[in-house]
Design a protein around this ligand. Structure first.
Ligand code: GAR
Length: 203
């Protein structure tokens, strides 16, 4: 089966969705890494006997050194796709070079609006009434890679970031698990003509 590695910094609800809906079916999650020792995501993986490792920034000279170690570990586990599921670090070119077109991310906004780590706060500060989720390939920029799946969610009355996040969470879980399953079965391809367009063949 198609082998997936997940990187997560926090609670890991997106990881859990992948474990519940994709793991052992469309793909196997074979490795879960984190920059944060003690991240709840690690415990979720350990509970299923999945290999875990931590790569705290303080233990490496710079991000490139950390990312080189992390990529080497993921490759050792035979990972074919890396999923950033609430991984709150940028990945360097050194990492991306080891997994060309094989790193995806879930972001709590309709990119290209509100990239970066304060996406929901910035959307609220702007006063938007339509929020959303994007799953995209990761490139060297901040949340700039080609879009795979995107879904809008109208929340005209919500003012609190935590509430927006809670309402977006199930959308994230749907889109991220779908994207992993689609990639695992080879249904996601770059458009031959339009270099940024990703065609998704839905059965
Ligand atoms: C998710 O909302 C994800 O979109 C966000 O972190 C959260 C992780 O939740 N990621 C980013 O903001 C990346 N810039 P989880 O740990 O429960 O999956």
């Amino acid at each position: 089966r198609f082998r997936v590695g997940v990187l997560a910094s926090g609670t890991g609800s997106n990881l859990q969705a992948i474990l519940d809906r994709v793991h052992g079916r469309a793909a196997d999650v074979v490795a879960v890494g984190s920059d944060k020792p003690g991240a709840q995501a690690l415990a979720r993986a350990e509970a299923l006997g999945i290999a875990t490792a931590t790569f705290p920034g303080a233990e490496y000279a710079d991000r490139e050194a950390r990312d080189t170690a992390m990529a080497a570990w993921l490759l050792e586990q035979g990972v074919q796709l890396v999923v950033l599921a609430g991984y709150m670090q940028l990945v360097s070119a050194a990492f991306l070079g080891r997994f060309p077109q094989r790193v995806i991310n879930v972001h709590p906004a309709l990119l290209p609006a509100f990239p970066g780590i304060r996406a929901v706060e910035q959307a609220l500060e702007y006063g938007v009434k339509v929020f959303g989720v994007t799953v995209h390939f990761v490139d060297a920029g901040v949340d700039t890679g080609p879009v795979i799946l995107q879904r809008a969610l109208e929340l005209p009355e919500v003012r609190e970031a935590d509430e927006v996040r809670a309402r977006l969470r199930p959308v994230e879980h749907d889109l991220l698990t779908s994207a992993v399953a689609l990639i695992a079965r080879g249904a996601v391809r770059p458009d031959p003509v339009h270099p940024r367009f990703v065609s998704v063949e839905v059965q």
